[in-house]
Every structure is written in structure tokens, then in C-alpha cells.
Design a protein around this ligand. Structure first.
Ligand code: FE2
Ligand code: FE2
Length: 189
């Protein structure tokens, strides 16, 4: 399924990142089943979420310029965040994917945000728990995601924020808003 998108991804990604995309698509579909999200939408969002991961700085600037994307100061200084912004625009404007929930999920798959849709949460978490991932806490994350999306979200956001602090890097305000919302909703339970 989605053979055209898969062929495109093979031209844009290396083998490891292509495999990651397939793994996130499968994991997003699995998580979607647990929470009533449309499985096909989740699969497609997972498949395409890193489509511009290997875009050069020039291509990023071209995409941002062509489609009127203005980065804030934190985004300007964090090139790691660029592929989520460019990926969403690429899917919407170039691949003509009309589903705004898919576009929104791709747009926020690195920072997260407050008020994430269920699909947005599914993609964000699937990127942490896909079969190819092997960071130190991956088993903890996989256990949490099977227990509660809310707990897994808090853990993933804490992990990200701590990591950025350790590296003395700025934390995007969407990430802080996502963390504050998630941790507050857990406190009430
Ligand atoms: Fe990504
Ligand atoms: Fe990813």
C-alpha cells in the first residue's frame, strides 16, 4: 500500500530512515487501534512524518520561502525542528494530502503541543516506540504506551525536555505547553 509514497521516501531518505518510517507507520497503526483513531490515517502520517528529514538547509529555506513559513527564534536556531515544519508543508502542498489532521500531526511530531488531537498523540508516541528505536529508556516507554497514553506522553516530554536542558538548548514553548497540560491531567487522576 502507498507504493508511490514509499518510492518517493526511498529517494529522499537513507535506508535506516526509510526503515524507521515504515516502523513508525506500523506502530502508529497499532496505537491507533487502541484509541479509536483511523488506522489508515495513522499509518499514512507515520509513513510520511520524516519525509523531509534529509532535506538540505537550502531546500528547507526554499520550502519555507515558497509557502510563506516564518520561523520563530527558537525554531530558527533548532534545525532539528525544521523537518516537522517542512514535512507538513511538503505533504500538504506538494503531495496534496488534504487531511488536515494528518498534516497537523506531522507538523507537531517533534515538539508536540497542547491540545493535541488523538492522531497527533499517536504519531508523537509512535515515533518513540517504533520497533527500530533503541535509546536507553525505550522499554520503559513501550511499557508506558501500552498502559496509558497520558503517562507515556508525560514521560516522553520529560525525556525530551531533560535532554534539551542537559545540552543547554532551548525548549520550544509548544513542548512546554504539551508537558504542562499532560502532567496536570495526570495529577487529577
Ligand atoms: Fe522526525
Ligand atoms: Fe521519526
Amino acid at each position: 500500500m502507498y507504493s508511490e509514497y514509499k518510492s518517493l521516501l526511498k529517494t529522499r531518505l537513507d535506508e535506516k530512515r526509510y526503515y524507521h518510517s515504515l516502523c513508525v507507520a506500523d506502530e502508529a497503526k497499532r496505537l491507533a487501534l487502541k484509541c479509536g483513531v483511523d488506522e489508515e490515517k495513522a499509518y499514512l502520517a507515520g509513513l510520511l512524518h520524516d519525509v523531509t528529514k534529509f532535506a538540505s538547509k537550502d531546500e528547507h529555506l526554499q520550502i519555507f520561502g515558497d509557502f510563506g513559513i516564518i520561523l520563530n527564534d527558537i525554531e530558527k536556531n533548532a534545525e532539528k525542528l525544521w523537518h516537522a515544519i517542512s514535512g507538513a508543508v511538503f505533504c500538504e502542498k506538494i503531495l496534496k494530502i488534504a487531511d488536515s489532521e494528518i498534516i497537523d500531526a506531522i507538523r507537531h511530531h517533534t515538539t508536540a503541543k497542547a491540545n493535541m488531537s488523538p492522531l497527533c498523540k499517536v504519531l508523537y508516541l509512535a515515533d518513540f516506540t517504533s520497533a527500530d528505536r533503541n535509546y536507553p529508556d525505550v522499554d520503559v516507554m513501550r511499557g508506558l504506551v501500552d498502559e496509558s497514553f497520558e503517562k507515556a506522553l508525560v514521560y516522553a516530554l520529560q525525556y525530551t525536555i531533560k535532554d534539551l536542558c542537559d545540552q543547554k538548548k532551548a525548549v520550544h514553548f509548544d513542548t512546554l505547553a504539551a508537558y504542562n497540560e499532560a502532567v496536570t491531567s495526570l495529577e487529577g487522576k
